[in-house]
Design a protein around this ligand. Structure first.
Ligand code: FES
Length: 254
């Protein structure tokens, strides 16, 4: 059980559904790898909200832990209303991590809140000049931690509001994935399932080395409840919380 240090909006025009940065007191941190997540549960939640919620780790420095949260449902909007001094149960770091190849051109493909794991990825990467970030988003750009990342990596963003936006995004994804496949680059993707499916389709078509980070609903985070199950490339059921959340695109069914 740890204390909340800060809850602050990301960007300037936050309204319901936007991002918040949650900073928790977190001493004795054991170390973490980009792509891993923690489960958190405010200690004052009612019994019908027994389980925690998973969040990607954005940064942790031995004294505090920072997470980006989008208030999209009952649990996350309650978390966004926490105030400094409130208590939260945290367990983690959990799951596997995103591949890191410092000398390889690496493309980070984010759909909306899927940008969250890339905050920690960019922070820990030893050669951010080899990273390119692509963000497809619906909310105004300032609602995402995009500008802060673009100070460190090459960034490109596209808004997804109308059918023609979606077509343009798919065409751009196809070009980018083909380009990175041709140079044997690494592609990492996180976002809504249709976004990841599109990336998986092009990655498999072009033989790209690509990983997706799944955002399945989770309850326990440790492989016990089977609430997060998906299928691997051979059709076997696997728990996303312990075998993932990161999978190679040719080894998972989306
Ligand atoms: Fe319980 Fe994965 S969240 S098994």
């Amino acid at each position: 059980i740890v204390k909340v240090l800060e809850v602050s909006p990301v960007g300037q025009s936050n309204s319901a559904g936007d991002f918040f940065e949650l900073k928790l007191e977190y001493p004795d941190w054991d170390g973490w790898k980009p792509g891993q997540f923690v489960m958190i549960r405010p200690t004052n939640w009612e019994l019908d909200m027994l389980w925690g919620r998973p969040f990607s780790i954005c940064s942790a420095d031995g004294t505090s832990l920072t997470l980006f949260i989008q208030s999209v449902g009952r649990g996350t909007s309650r978390i966004a209303k926490l105030v400094p001094g409130d208590e939260v149960t945290v367990w983690g770091p959990l799951g596997n991590n995103l591949a890191v190849e410092p000398d390889t051109p690496t493309l980070l493909l984010a759909g909306g809140i899927g940008i969250a794991p890339f905050c920690g990825y960019v922070e820990q990467h030893s050669a951010p000049e080899n990273l390119k970030l692509f963000l497809a988003h619906r909310l105004p750009l300032e609602c995402y931690p995009y500008e802060a990342l673009c100070g460190k990596v090459d960034g490109q963003s596209m808004i997804d509001r109308k059918p023609e936006d979606l077509k343009a995004i798919i065409a751009t994804l196809k070009d980018l994935i083909r380009e990175y496949a041709e140079q044997d680059g690494l592609i990492l993707c996180c976002g809504p399932t249709p976004f990841m499916k599109t990336v998986q389709t092009f990655a498999n078509e072009f033989g790209a080395r690509a990983q997706v980070s799944l955002e399945n609903r989770m309850a326990c985070g440790v492989g016990a409840c089977l609430g997060c199950v998906t299928k691997d490339g051979e059709g076997h059921h696997v728990q996303v919380c312990t075998r993932g959340p990161v999978f190679w695109t040719d080894k998972v069914e989306l």
